[in-house]
Ligand binder design. Structure first.
Ligand SMILES: Cc1cc2nc3c(=O)[nH]c(=O)nc-3n(C[C@H](O)[C@H](O)[C@H](O)COP(=O)(O)OP(=O)(O)OC[C@H]3O[C@@H](n4cnc5c(N)ncnc54)[C@H](O)[C@@H]3O)c2cc1C
Length: 510
């Protein structure tokens, strides 16, 4: 019998796979259990009729996180992923007809800003000059630290970092200090929607996302789509001897005397391990997988009171023609930015004028669609399931509204050219991936749900139990969740006194 330490990971999302790969690389006996027939979770794909359509993530930024992940396990990222840097980053389409295609080159980007509003060039440069310090503080003092314990949080270093973040106002008002033109304010704040929060509520530190896209990493595309990252993680897991079981839904995490012992599947099968990591959305883990006596402060009332991100209404389309005017990433704003956001986030209703994000990867990657055809991925931010929208009744009419807007925006006769269509509402995200309230991006990163105040990686009540994923510190978005998996693996190695193998470990990395 093997005397390796054993880890069971519930869920093969980005966070679960990241932790699994790191532990398998360290010689642990790792089993990942995934309820769906395919791994990846939100980072997966719909693969049907010759189309490969990413389910969730499409925008790859912070490429250094991915490169470092591979490097630390002794692998070369280029052997697993073909990464393409995008130029332009994305095409922004405004209601007044302005089109802003933001170039990846800083000089050209400044020219583009000047073209829209010459008076804002100075303000933009001022924005850049102060955001760098905040970005470095966010990365080093928050994202890359587990912040599990109050004493870790209340250090001079972290408190100085908090001061450097200067995060008490919201993104929109922070950007408005530098930028006067509404179109440019929108261009520098819409990124909060990547985290499922309104820029009028998001802490101002999230303006670092625009900075990361414009000035730090740019925006990347992995050939085959973002799901290629999930596939690469599964490949790495297998190379390091870990195993993945699909169609294996966990019903309960087994806890005895305050210690995680293993899991029970819906089939009744029980598996035992030294540690259990739940990659299931944190509130769902608490609500469904952990017995009430071991939930600590996360009672049903507490979970109910937490702020969740918005939902996403998704149209995954395959069209029998191409729309050559599209870029890879296209955004269609609305006639009133704030009104649309308020309808979603404050009033919990479907917006009168939907904001639309459209992803057309076929533009640079013909491998994702049959010849001469196109993948059209359409994401519309909508309220999560805490609102009382009756999706069965509302969907047909709302779909027409979205299609009409796209047809007017140049996707001529779109409805006639759709030959493949799948629709995901917040109900689908809840049912398929067990996302609490169908919130597409997990717990919202409000100030009081960030850093030490976000659910921790190490369970506060149960020994040998850990959590990874978008609703756990450091938060959502694939690079951040990959970092979460790495932090979890480091904590486990430390807690189990097996942190003796340094990364990269040439012996195991092959
Ligand atoms: C529409 C959309 C667009 C997005 N766009 C971007 C983007 O452009 N860029 C970006 O970086 N991020 C983006 N994100 C966010 C990103 O997808 C997430 O932050 C990240 O993928 C979450 O990973 P996770 O580890 O939390 O796992 P999840 O994806 O939540 O995976 C959890 C896994 O656990 C499985 N599971 C659940 N319950 C059980 C159970 N009981 N037993 C076994 N398995 C179970 C699920 O099936 C799932 O596979 C987007 C998300 C969405 C939804």
């Amino acid at each position: 019998m093997s005397n390796k330490q054993k880890a069971i990971i519930v869920g093969a999302g980005a966070g679960g796979l990241s932790a699994a790969v790191r532990l398998a690389h360290q010689g642990w006996d790792v089993t990942v259990l995934e309820k769906e027939p395919a791994p990846g979770g939100r980072l997966g794909a719909i693969e049907e009729q010759g189309y490969t359509i990413d389910i969730g993530p499409t925008i790859m930024m912070m490429d250094d996180v991915f490169r470092q992940f591979f490097q630390e396990i002794g692998r070369n990222i280029e052997d697993y992923l073909e990464l393409i840097r995008l130029n332009p980053l994305y095409r922004l389409n405004y209601h007044d007809g302005t089109v802003l295609a933001l170039p990846s080159d800083m000089k050209a980007l400044l020219d583009e800003i000047k073209r829209v509003n010459p008076d804002d060039v100075d303000g933009y440069l001022k924005f850049l000059s102060q955001i760098h310090t905040r970005y470095v503080a966010a990365r080093e003092k928050f994202i890359e630290k587990p912040l599990n314990k109050l004493e870790e949080f209340l250090t001079i270093d972290t408190l100085t970092g908090m001061y450097q973040l200067k995060t008490l106002n919201n993104m929109y008002s922070d950007i408005s200090r530098f930028i006067k033109d509404e179109r440019l304010r929108i261009a520098l704040t819409f990124q909060s929607i990547y985290l499922g929060i309104s820029p009028f509520d998001a802490p101002s530190i999230y303006t670092i996302i625009a900075y990361v896209e414009h000035g730090v990493s740019g925006v990347w595309y992995p050939k085959g789509g973002m799901n290629a990252i999930g596939k690469a993680l599964v490949k790495l897991l297998r190379e390091f001897g870990g195993s993945l079981r699909v169609n294996s839904e966990v019903k309960e995490i087994l806890i005895e005397s305050g210690m995680a012992r293993g899991v029970r599947l819906t089939t009744g099968e029980e598996l035992y391990a030294d540690v259990v990591i739940s990659n299931v959305d944190f509130p769902t883990s608490m609500e469904k997988l952990i017995p009430a006596a071991s939930r600590g402060k996360y009672t049903p009332q507490k979970l109910e009171s937490m702020t969740n991100s918005c939902g996403a209404l998704m149209f995954y389309l395959g069209t029998n023609r191409r729309y050559d005017h599209l870029d890879v990433h296209n955004i269609y704003f609305t006639r009133d930015y704030k009104e649309t956001l308020d309808q979603i986030f404050e009033q919990g209703q479907l917006p009168d004028d939907p904001a639309i994000y459209l992803y057309a990867p076929t533009r640079i990657d013909p491998s994702v669609a049959p010849e001469d055809k196109e993948v059209v991925y359409v994401l519309v931010p909508v309220p999560n399931l805490s609102s009382d929208i009756d999706w069965k009744t509302a969907l047909p009419q709302f779909r027409e509204k979205v299609m009409e807007k796209l047809e007017k925006a140049g996707l001529t006769d779109l409805r006639q050219h759709i030959e493949f269509e799948r629709i995901y509402t917040p109900h689908t995200f809840q049912e398929r991936f067990h996302l609490y309230q169908g919130a597409a991006f997990g717990l919202a990163p409000t100030l009081l749900q960030s850093g030490y105040f976000r659910p921790h990686i190490s369970s506060e009540n149960v020994k040998n139990l850990y959590f990874v994923g978008a609703s756990v510190h450091p938060g959502g978005g694939v690079p951040v969740v990959i970092t979460c998996g790495k932090l979890a693996a480091n904590l486990i190695l430390k807690d189990h006194h097996s942190d003796t193998i340094s990364w990269p470990n040439p012996e195991m990395a092959g």
